[in-house]
Each structure stands twice: as structure tokens, then as C-alpha cells.
Ligand binder design. Structure first.
Ligand code: BES
Ligand code: MN
Ligand code: ZN
Length: 487
């Protein structure tokens, strides 16, 4: 498990600046004015900071960028990092500044001389999030990552544990999503979720015999070609009163070969991230538990592996869902919707949630439509959708609403069964997938489906994450829950 670095907040002691070890940082806005911390470092370093902020180099820096003054005279630190940031930065600029510090800090301890700077918690969060490194499968000893101390004027107004709760949720999602499928088997996934009972979550693991009893023929057919058993894991956080919970549902395909409708070899290894939806649900549940959220939330994930074998489901097979609807599996690679159909139905039947959001790396077509900047949002409720988009916007996690309607729904009608699991062509591929899910959502359940195929894992670094799993959605959903379901 990747542990976030430790961030502490303590009172500014200017007398200590000369003898600080590791690296230190000061923050200077575009007005070039030095605050008390920067002034102190400037005097000690015989005006090195002043010379730098008067230079063209500082002029050319964008807000949130950092520059390194190495081995400054008069200071014990190995480098003084000058971060360009106004005293009242936006959340986005503050997080970007934190991310820049993560890169400059490396293995060393960082003392950020923040003083009265605004949005310091976001600087800290950006720093922690960008300092993620998935190195479990590198033989060399892991890269050292130094901790950080923020010297601030009012340490009591900063809650390091709340920041850590978010970071730990995001890291949990990233670790699960990055993990190869021979390590993160269905059983290993369920075990890692069961460990969260130590945090006060109630975790249940439903095994195949129970799933069969429940009639989950859609979910079960996906995993029937794999030696790894299919599972449904239910995580309950009871932090509110006796009201019905808000529900999160996730697609947890630990590996998607496509099954008998097998995928091409090129890039198939990326399908280790096909449990990304379940990964986000798990990360959010972890954050809620760590920060003891005052809300009732249930997370339900369907964990399966999609493999070809003599026992695998075939194209043309007809399966019966828990709801009772019969589905012709015309393409075994459209498996995520089969898993979600039963998990969505189970969640509504058992919990009667006030609202339900599912996450899934559901379609390649959403990447064609939106690339890697935005998840696709499909919803039967303008209110729910609007509230989610607002939370995602506030966290800087891209999300864009897509349409659903009766005309698209018709495309999954089927000659021999109630429906088929694709629209039969590539046209509107993400929408026909959403229409399939919508058939398993009750009319009175406000629901949104987030297609995260393009954002769950990316090939290049983003502002707050190195290449690979991003943890997209953990912060948006955490905020969505706190804004809408907590008092
Ligand atoms: N897991 C894939 C979708 C996916 C593609 C996720 C790329 C991440 C990156 C999903 O199960 C799938 O195979 N979808 C098919 C559906 C098609 C067969 C109707 C697709 O998108 O091609
Ligand atoms: Mn597939
Ligand atoms: Zn898939």
C-alpha cells in the first residue's frame, strides 16, 4: 500500500529558518512582495530571494510554478524553493503549487514557510497527491519520499487528518487500479476491502453460491470462464441518522480480456484497470470512514474476471438478470454492463437508496467522445446530475453530461430476448451502454452513471498524479456527499 507522506502544521518560528534542514519553500505573489518568512530567508541569504523575484525568470513563471535556488548562502537548507503564488490563491493554483513542491522536494524533508498564505491546506493536498509513487513491483528499494512541515500563523485552523483522509482514499483507489491482475485477483480485491472493517466500515462479501441464490445470472455469466470466483462486496458507512443511504456502485472487472469476443493483443494489458469504478467506490468509502463522515453511504462493487475458456459465456447466450429481465449476450466484451445490471438492482432492492451513482470503465467509445479530460455523466435526474457536476467542477475533476433517451434505448431491443448487451454497432456506443444500465434503475431512484474509461488511468502525468491511475472521482464524490448528505 502506498502511504501518503506526513504533513504537519506548526507555528512559524523565524529564528529557526537559518538552521532548517532538507529544503525549504517561500511563497511570493506576482506583486513580488516578500512576506515575513520570505523576508527572513532573504536577509539570511544576503538577498538571494529578492534578486530572484526581480528577475525575468520569475516574471516568466506562471502561478503555482516553483524554482529552486540551490545551496543558498546563509541558510543550512540544500535548496530554497521559491513558489510563485498570490497570497489568496485559487484552490487550483494552490494545489498546483503543492504538486510543484512535490517534485522539488524529492527525498528531502520540506519546510514550507507559508505564514499567512491562503489555501495552505490545498497546497498540502497537492503536495501529498503528486508525491504518489507505485513502486511495489520495482525490485530496487522504493524511492525515498520526505515528509513536510508547513509553518503557518494559525496551526490550530488546519486539520492535517482531514487532508490525509482524502489522500488515503485517493491512494487506495490508485493502488487498486494500478495493481496487476495476477496480484489483484477477485479474492485479493475482496480481502483488501474487508480490511477496511478496522476503520469502522461494515463489509460483507457475497460469494458465488449466494449470488446464484439471488439470481444474478448477468453478473455471474461474466466470471464463469475465470478460475477466480465472482464476488459482490458491500461496504456500509453509517455516520448519519436512520435515513436511507446514498449508494455508490462500481464495476470491478479485475481483468477484461473481452472473453470469447476477445480483444486484440495490442494494449490488452491496460485492462488491469477495468476495476477502476470499484476502485473509486472503495477509495471514497475509505475517505468517508477516515474522516468519520456524518452521512449514511453504501458502496457495492461487483468483482469478476472476464476470461475466455471452455466454460466461458458465448456470444448468443441468453442469461437472466436478478431483476428477471433476459439478456442476449451478443458481445462478451460488453461485460461491465452485465455486472452492473445485477449490482444496481441488488442495491436498490436491499437499500432503497435516496440516490445512486455508479462508476465504470464502461466503454472505449467515451474516450472517442471525451478523451482523457472528462468522464461521461449520464443521468435520469437533472438535480442529481447538476449537484454532481458542481462537486466535480469544484474539485477540478472533469465531467461532462451526455444524453440518454427513448430513441437510444430502442437500439438495445432484441429479437429473441428482452434486450441485447450492445446496440449492435459502434454508433453512440457509450449511450447504448448507459441505456442498458438505465433498464436496471427504478423510475423513482435518482441515478447517475459515470463512464470513467478515459480518466481512471492515463498514460502521462497530470497535475496531481504521475502516469497511471489517477483516482479521478474520489474527491468529487467525497465533496458531493459532504455537500448534499451531511448536516
Ligand atoms: N473495459 C472496456 C472498456 C474500456 C476501453 C475501458 C478502454 C478502458 C479503456 C469494456 O468492457 C469494453 O470492452 N467495452 C466495449 C464495448 C463494445 C463491445 C460494445 C468497447 O468499448 O469496445
Ligand atoms: Mn469489455
Ligand atoms: Zn470492461
Amino acid at each position: 500500500m502506498t502511504q501518503p507522506i506526513n504533513c504537519r502544521f506548526q507555528e512559524v518560528t523565524l529564528d529557526d529558518v537559518a538552521s532548517l534542514k532538507g529544503v525549504a519553500a517561500v511563497f511570493v505573489g506576482s506583486d513580488r512582495k516578500l512576506d515575513a518568512c520570505a523576508r527572513k530567508a532573504n536577509t539570511l541569504s544576503r538577498k538571494a530571494i529578492e534578486r530572484f523575484v526581480q528577475s525575468d525568470c520569475f516574471d516568466d513563471m506562471k502561478s503555482g510554478e516553483a524554482a529552486r535556488l540551490a545551496y543558498p548562502t546563509g541558510l543550512a537548507v540544500e535548496a530554497m524553493i521559491v513558489v510563485k503564488l498570490d497570497r489568496k490563491p485559487s484552490q487550483e493554483e494552490a494545489r498546483k503549487a503543492g504538486a510543484a513542491l512535490a517534485k522539488e522536494k524529492g527525498a528531502m524533508h520540506l519546510t514550507a514557510l507559508a505564514g499567512t498564505l491562503g489555501a495552505v491546506d490545498d497546497v498540502a493536498l497537492g503536495l501529498i497527491l503528486r508525491d504518489y509513487d507505485f513502486s511495489d513491483h520495482k525490485t530496487a528499494s522504493p524511492k525515498l519520499r520526505g515528509d513536510a512541515t508547513f509553518m503557518v500563523s494559525k496551526p490550530e485552523t488546519h486539520d492535517a487528518s482531514k487532508i490525509a483522509a482524502i489522500a488515503e482514499g485517493v491512494f487506495f483507489t490508485r493502488d487498486l487500479t494500478n495493481e496487476p491482475a495476477n496480484v489483484l485477483t477477485t479474492t485479493e480485491f475482496a480481502d483488501r476491502l474487508a480490511e477496511m472493517q478496522a476503520l469502522g466500515l461494515k463489509v460483507e462479501v457475497l460469494e458465488e453460491p449466494e449470488l446464484r441464490k439471488l439470481g444474478m445470472g448477468a453478473l455471474l455469466c461474466v466470471g464463469q470462464g475465470s478460475v477466480s470466483p465472482s464476488k459482490v462486496v458491500i461496504m456500509q458507512w453509517h455516520g448519519g441518522g436512520d435515513e436511507a443511504p446514498f449508494a455508490l456502485v462500481g464495476k470491478g472487472v479485475v481483468f477484461d480480456t473481452g472473453g470469447i469476443s476477445i480483444k486484440p493483443a495490442l494494449g490488452m494489458e491496460d485492462m488491469t484497470m477495468d476495476m477502476g469504478g470499484a476502485g473509486v467506490v472503495s477509495g471514497v468509502m475509505k475517505t468517508l470512514a477516515l474522516r468519520k463522515a456524518k452521512a449514511n453511504v453504501v458502496g457495492v462493487v461487483g468483482i469478476v474476471e472476464n476470461m475466455p475458456s471452455g466454460n466461458a459465456v458465448r456470444p448468443g447466450d441468453v442469461v437472466t438478470s436478478m431483476k428477471g429481465d433476459k439478456i442476449e449476450v451478443v458481445n462478451t466484451d460488453a461485460e461491465g454492463r452485465l455486472v452492473l445490471a445485477d449490482v444496481l438492482w441488488y442495491t436498490q432492492e436491499r437499500f432503497k437508496p435516496v440516490a445512486m451513482i455508479n462508476l465504470a470503465t464502461l466503454t472505449g467509445a467515451i474516450i472517442v467522445a471525451l478523451g482523457h479530460e472528462n468522464a461521461g455523466v449520464f443521468s435520469n435526474s437533472d438535480d442529481l446530475c447538476g449537484a454532481f457536476l458542481k462537486a466535480a467542477g469544484a474539485e477540478g475533476e472533469g465531467a461532462w453530461r451526455m444524453p440518454i433517451s427513448a430513441a437510444y434505448d430502442k437500439l438495445i431491443n432484441c429479437r429473441i430476448a428482452d434486450m441485447r448487451n450492445t446496440g449492435g454497432s459502434r454508433d453512440a456506443g457509450s449511450i447504448t451502454a448507459a441505456q442498458f444500465l438505465a433498464r436496471f434503475v427504478k423510475d423513482d431512484t435518482p441515478w447517475a452513471h459515470l463512464d470513467i474509461a478515459g480518466v481512471a488511468s492515463v498514460s502521462g502525468a497530470t497535475t496531481l498524479a504521475p502516469a497511471g491511475a489517477t483516482g479521478w472521482g474520489v474527491m468529487a464524490l467525497n465533496r458531493f456527499i459532504s455537500d448534499n448528505y451531511e448536516v
